[in-house]
Design a protein around this ligand. Sequence first.
Ligand SMILES: [Zn+2]
Ligand SMILES: [Zn+2]
Length: 375
Amino acid sequence: MRKQNVAVTDMSTQKTAIRFPCASCAGPMLFDTESQSLKCQYCGAEQSIENVMEQPQEHSFDNTGENIAALHDWGTKQHAIHCESCGGETLIPVIQTATLCVFCGSPKVLQQDDIRSFRPETLIPFQISREEALTSFTAWKRKRWFLPNKFKKQNVGSQLNSIYIPYWTYDTDTYSLYSAEVGIYHYRTVTRTRVVNGKTQTYTATERYTVWHSTRGDYDRLFDDILIPASGHYNSGLLKKLGDFKLGELLPYKPEYLSGFISERYSVTREQGWEKAQDYAGEHLENEIKRKIGGDEIRNLNIRTTYSDITYKHLLLPVWNASYTYKSKPYYYMVNGQTGTVSGHVPRSALKITLFTLMCLSIAGAIVLFIMNQQ
Ligand SMILES: [Zn+2]
Ligand SMILES: [Zn+2]
């Protein structure tokens, strides 16, 4: 059963600043995961979001000839929310106010009006509703081992927040010059001697040796859409376990999709993201060039790469996120807002682990006794 997705519980609406008012009742319209359109929170009226599937614009890295102010225009007024406890930064539509940090639940949040943040070019709208995210998490939780009984019953759904996580993607052309020494294995038969029982014997053996020669060349390679997380709050391990997002379903950015949703403000800058993209490209280039060189061994490999035609895009991917405390320790879980895949941490019961270990040991002991009695 799908239900409409209502904005974060800790937010209240301010009628004065409604960005998408309902045509029938002037109430606030928020993005609805089920109909993938705007839905009035008062009368339930729906309004589809017109989105022609055009090629999203990619920007040159130095923004030559571009209107920088336009690149910062999200098409909807937003507040930047800074958490004093964890440093988390989010962007929320002006009709909402944040009273609690979506990352850590702290009430120490500050609101800033003046934000300069690159607008996303594309996004994947939320497709998983709050109820579905909770169902996925409950099913996932049931499969975890050694959960404390108390935690099994604990409802950790109330802290669930929908949040768009920022990413960068980069395209680049590369041209590399390389030099290396490549070794080829050869085999020869050699005669050797050994002493057996005080007598010297001769015998033949096969011996491997390596012939080295130097090589050099060039290598062309185009990289398309190197995806780099720009979140400052989620460790990449947890994000990776969310599984792949189907990037084929990316839609051009429209402010309507953000109505009722929070987005994390990127903390990896475009330049830092580009550094990471180069590391990624560099690793691939090294492997591919090694494959091109061939041989059995390679040494003194030297690669010089020039990057050109660098373009980037900023994009947002949907995630349901919750933090909760169990016995005053914080835990996190996330649900992929497109596919429903769950990743997270859960508390473990030390007692259950001990009992399980003791049980295993006693079974092992019983087997040993049984085998000994048979002999
Ligand atoms: Zn209405
Ligand atoms: Zn926080």
